[in-house]
Design a binder for this molecule. Structure first.
Ligand code: ZN
Length: 450
C-alpha cells in the first residue's frame, strides 16, 4: 500500500514461520506425531487468508471476465491421464537431481549434465560440498494410492501431480454443455501432490500443495495465441499488484530454451524476490496442442473444436497460467511483514486479511460497555465481513495483537458510544484514530475492500 516497506529483518523467513505458528496461520503437518515432512496445516487465520486469496483469484480470473468457466475435477484420476501427459514416462529411466536448482536429468545424458554444470558455474552458483548431484534413482514424482476394498484386487491410482490435466480431460464435456466461443478459458483451483525429494522454504515447496490455474483455449495460429499470451502476462502481474504487493519485488523472467518443457512454445515466470533470492510464484506457458492431442490419442476421443464462425474444425492451442496458492500466500506475508519501533505489523491488503476489523469494549468489567460492544460486533458479523472480538488485556495490547495478524481496523466502544453512538476507529497502517458513527462502520469497511 502507500507506506514504504523497508523495515525487514534479515531472518525474515524464520520470523514468518514463527509468526504463522504463534498466531494460528500455518502449523507443521501432523505435528503431535512428530510431523510429516513436506506437509503443512493451515490454522484458523491461515485458512481464512487462503480462502480470501483464492476467492480474490476466482473473482478476478473467472467471474469478472467473459468466456471463462470454472471446473472442479477429482483428485484421483484414471492412470491413463498421466501416461498421456507424459508424467509416467519420465520415471522409467534413472535420473539424477541437481542439488542447486533441483532439475532432474537422465543419468546417461552426459552432454546435458555437463552443459547444466557450466550454466551454474557461469552464474557463479556453487554446488554444496560433497558434489552437485544426487545418486541416480528411479524417481516417481507422482504419489501413488490404492483404490478398492479387496486386498489383492486394488487398483493403483495416482493423486494428481498437477491440476492442469483435470481441466483438459473435461474439455469435451465443457464444450458440449456450455458451447463456449473460442477463445475461452477453463479455470481450476485445487490440490496437487508430488514426491518432492527436497521440500523446502516453508510452504514454498511442499509435497501437498494447492494450485490456481487458467487454461485458455485459442485458435491454432501464432498471432492470436501470442496476443492471449501477452494479455495473460499482464493480467496475472496486475493481480499481485492490485493486492498491494511491492512492485519492485516482482519481475517477469523468460525461460531459457533448455528450461522449457519440450512442447512449450513460450514460457515466462512471474518471480518474487524472496529472502532466498528471486523465485517462481507463477508460470505462463504456451503449450501448443500438446494436451488435447495427447489426450485425444490416448483416449481415442475426438477433442477438436468446431468454430461456427469460420466453419473450421481444429485442435485448439492452450495458453496456461499456473500459480501456487501456498507460495502466493507466503509471498504476500513476506511482503507485508514489518517491524516498527513498538510493534510488528502485517500490512496485508484488507481483501486478504483474516479479519477485516476487531471490536473491543474499552473496559471489560463495565457491563454496559461490554453489552454495547457485543451489539456492534454482532451487527458487523451479520454483514459479509469476518470480524474479531477481543476483550483481553488493555487497548494497547489488543492493538499490538491485531497489528501482528494484519487486521486493518480496530473499533473501540467507550463511554461516549453510550451517549452518541460513535466509536473509535483505529487504522492499522497509519495508527490514526477517529470517531465514526456505528451505522457507518460496515460501509466504510466495505469501501476498503474494493
Ligand atoms: Zn541446477
Amino acid at each position: 500500500m502507500s507506506q514504504p516497506k523497508e523495515q525487514k529483518p534479515s531472518n525474515l523467513l524464520d520470523k514468518i514461520v514463527s509468526l504463522c505458528k504463534r498466531r494460528g496461520f500455518i502449523f507443521p503437518g501432523s505435528e503431535i506425531y512428530g510431523g510429516l515432512r513436506g506437509t503443512w496445516d493451515y490454522g484458523p487465520l491461515g485458512s481464512e487468508m487462503k480462502f480470501n486469496l483464492k476467492q480474490s483469484w476466482w473473482k478476478y480470473m473467472v467471474q469478472d471476465r467473459e468466456n471463462v468457466f470454472g471446473v472442479n475435477a477429482a483428485i484421483m484420476m484414471n492412470p491413463k491421464v498421466w501416461e498421456a501427459s507424459g508424467h509416467t514416462q519420465a520415471f522409467t529411466d534413472p535420473l539424477i537431481e541437481c542439488k542447486i536448482c533441483h532439475e532432474r536429468f537422465r543419468a546417461d545424458k552426459h552432454e546435458d549434465i555437463k552443459e547444466h554444470e557450466e550454466m551454474h558455474a557461469k552464474k557463479k552458483e556453487n554446488p554444496p560440498t560433497g558434489g552437485g548431484w544426487t545418486e541416480p534413482k528411479q524417481f516417481n514424482i507422482l504419489v501413488e494410492a490404492k483404490l478398492g476394498v479387496v486386498e489383492g484386487e486394488k487398483t493403483m491410482v495416482y493423486l494428481r501431480g498437477e491440476i492442469t490435466q483435470g481441466v483438459h480431460v473435461n474439455f469435451k464435456n465443457v464444450v458440449d454443455s456450455m458451447h463456449p466461443k473460442i477463445p475461452f478459458g477453463l479455470a481450476q483451483i485445487g490440490k496437487a501432490f508430488r514426491n518432492e525429494i527436497t521440500p523446502r522454504n516453508f510452504v514454498f515447496r511442499s509435497r501437498e500443495f494447492e494450485q490456481m490455474e487458467l487454461q485458455t483455449y485459442v485458435k491454432p495460429d501464432e498471432v492470436s495465441a501470442m496476443e492471449v499470451f501477452s494479455e495473460m502476462k499482464n493480467i496475472r502481474m496486475q493481480w499481485y499488484l492490485n493486492l498491494g504487493i511491492d512492485k519492485n519485488k516482482l519481475r517477469f523472467r523468460e525461460h531459457a530454451f533448455d528450461e522449457r518443457a519440450h512442447y512449450a512454445r513460450a514460457a515466462w515466470d512471474i518471480e518474487y524476490e524472496t529472502p532466498w533470492g528471486w523465485d517462481e510464484t507463477e508460470g505462463i506457458h504456451h503449450r501448443g496442442d500438446w494436451d488435447l492431442s495427447r489426450h485425444s490419442q490416448f483416449s481415442g476421443q475426438d477433442l477438436s473444436y468446431f468454430d461456427s464462425e469460420s466453419k473450421e474444425r481444429f485442435v485448439p492451442w492452450v495458453i496456461e497460467t499456473s500459480g501456487g496458492v501456498d507460495r502466493a500466500l507466503l509471498f504476500f506475508l513476506l511482503d507485508a511483514y514489518q517491524e516498527e519501533k513498538d510493534r510488528i505489523v502485517l500490512k496485508i491488503h484488507p481483501k486478504l486479511a483474516p479479519y477485516k476489523a476487531a471490536v473491543f469494549p474499552l473496559l471489560k468489567n463495565k457491563p454496559e460497555l461490554a453489552a454495547k460492544a457485543r451489539q456492534v460486533f454482532k451487527d458487523l458479523k451479520m454483514t459479509s465481513l469476518n470480524i474479531a472480538w477481543d476483550d483481553r488485556g488493555n487497548i494497547g495490547k489488543r492493538y499490538y495483537s491485531q497489528d501482528e495478524i494484519g487486521t486493518p481496523f480496530c473499533i473501540t466502544v467507550d463511554f461516549q458510544t453510550l451517549e452518541d453512538g460513535t466509536v473509535t476507529l483505529r487504522d492499522r497502517d497509519t495508527m490514526e484514530q477517529k470517531r465514526i458513527d456505528t451505522k457507518d462502520i460496515a460501509k466504510l469497511l466495505e469501501e476498503k475492500l474494493k
